[in-house]
Design a protein around this ligand. Structure first.
Ligand code: FES
Length: 104
């Protein structure tokens, strides 16, 4: 595989803001643990290096966080919980079927 080419590229917002910020932030709703679990499951399922999971700054979907976007499908997930990560990995990243009930 040529360097820098991925079948899918997953971005997880890890942006952190102070508690008084009106928009809140994904870090406050657990995005770091979600990112860690996504990377772990992707590795366990042998998705690397075809699929890359990256940290992201604010994706401008703060009110719907924790926010994740998957390219090239341009599928956005919001209010993702740790319990949702396995479904995203199995359904979307392994089988190519986005998880409809998590889309925003
Ligand atoms: S803080 Fe995560 S989308 Fe803005």
């Amino acid at each position: 595989m040529p360097e820098g080419r991925y079948e899918r590229h997953v971005f997880v917002c890890l942006n952190e803001r102070g508690p008084s910020h009106p928009r809140g932030c994904c870090a406050a709703s657990g995005s770091a643990d979600i990112h860690t679990k996504l990377k772990q499951l992707a590795k366990e399922r042998g998705l690397s290096p075809r699929i890359r999971v990256n940290r992201a700054g604010c994706l401008d979907m703060c009110e719907l966080g924790p926010s994740i976007v998957v390219y090239p499908e341009n599928v956005w997930y919001g209010r993702v919980t740790l319990d949702d990560v396995e479904e995203i990995v199995e359904s979307h990243l392994v089988n190519g079927s986005p998880v409809a009930h998590l889309r925003v």
